[in-house]
Ligand binder design. Structure first.
Ligand code: RIB
Ligand code: CA
Length: 309
């Protein structure tokens, strides 16, 4: 019997988001997808989620959410993911549009109808924050909010100290971290352990299917980014780690930490401040922070999901 964790994936596809959708479809019971502006505009992230739904033959609703952060203007990452968000991947236009333009209502109502769902946000936290503002009791109805975002040790990728998903909407992130929700943080300190490169590209090239071809294209596009912008031969596969932390938690180690989000710092806006003082801390932990992952096993699960899609 299917006892896979039932999840709602909140995403901003996004190259690595696409791998997270594939992983969620294979390893989770994917209840629904919500989209948010992040890597690219809401119109693009929603169109990409719909096209990925068709590619994978999924029968899950896609609900569009916020088109920008709670405060300020959108910050995009098209230099990483391409102007369309999927590296110019040639997929047909979606066979249908979003099931609604109100992801917030979907999140609130679906978690009321069914307790024990996992929310897995892998983009800016705007939708999740708005859902929590609309109904704070959502925090106590979900099994977890397992998010890709932030980092320990002040590690950043958009600025020296801020990771993109948090930096794109720090106010939303702080609302989520202070919501008393059952939080798990999959930050850069973890995702940087999960590096993909030429071996994974070769693997996808050998998967003789539309999904294999699509994932090959996305990895090759991503490789251009980390080779040309980072002078690196591999790149971190961020978003699937959040999905697999829910479906395969045994592959990760977590520690309880008090985490807060800097929203006003000139140089530190968007930083997740993770209290690692241990017994010396005067703060109550509000989050399980992932510190270690079994990278080879994580990558194998991603590869298996691609091969079996
Ligand atoms: O910092 C990595 C995160 O930002 C990932 O979710 C990636 O898709 C981008 O949204
Ligand atoms: Ca993402």
């Amino acid at each position: 019997m299917n006892n896979r964790p039932r999840i709602i994936l909140d995403c901003d596809p996004g190259v690595d988001d696409a791998f997270a959708v594939v992983a969620a479809a294979r390893w989770a019971d994917l209840v629904g997808i919500t989209t948010v502006a992040g890597n690219v505009s809401l119109a693009c992230t929603t169109n990409n989620a719909l096209r990925l739904r068709d590619l994978l033959g999924l029968e899950v609703p896609v609900h569009a959410g916020a088109e920008g952060p709670l405060k300020g203007t959108p910050v995009f990452a098209d230099h990483v993911h391409g102007v369309d968000g999927l590296g110019g991947l040639d997929l047909p236009e979606p066979t249908s549009g979003p099931d609604s333009e109100n992801a917030i209502e979907y999140l609130v109502e679906t978690t009321r109808a069914e307790e024990g769902l996992h929310l897995v946000p892998i983009g800016p936290l705007t939708n999740i924050a708005l859902a929590l503002k609309a109904d704070p009791s959502l925090a106590h109805r979900v099994a977890s909010i397992t998010l890709m975002g932030g980092s320990t040790q002040g590690l950043g990728n958009v600025t020296a100290g801020a990771e993109f998903n948090i930096y794109a909407d720090p106010e939303a992130a702080e609302i989520v971290f202070q919501s008393d929700s059952p939080l798990t943080m999959i930050g850069l300190n973890l995702t940087h352990q999960v590096q993909v490169g030429a071996p994974e590209i070769s693997f996808c090239q050998a998967v003789d299917s539309p999904v294999g071809a699509a994932m090959t294209h996305l990895l090759e596009f991503y490789a251009d980014f980390y080779r040309n912008h980072l002078q690196a031969e591999t790149g971190a596969m961020h978003d699937p780690c959040a999905v697999l932390a829910v479906t395969h938690p045994e592959l990760f180690t977590f520690s309880p930490r008090a985490v807060s989000v800097e929203t006003t710092g000139t140089h530190t806006r968007g930083m997740t401040v993770v209290d690692e003082r241990g017994n010396g801390s005067d703060q109550t932990p509000n989050c399980a922070v992932a510190y270690q992952g079994e990278a080879a096993a994580i990558i194998d699960l991603i590869k298996q999901a691609i091969a079996e899609s």
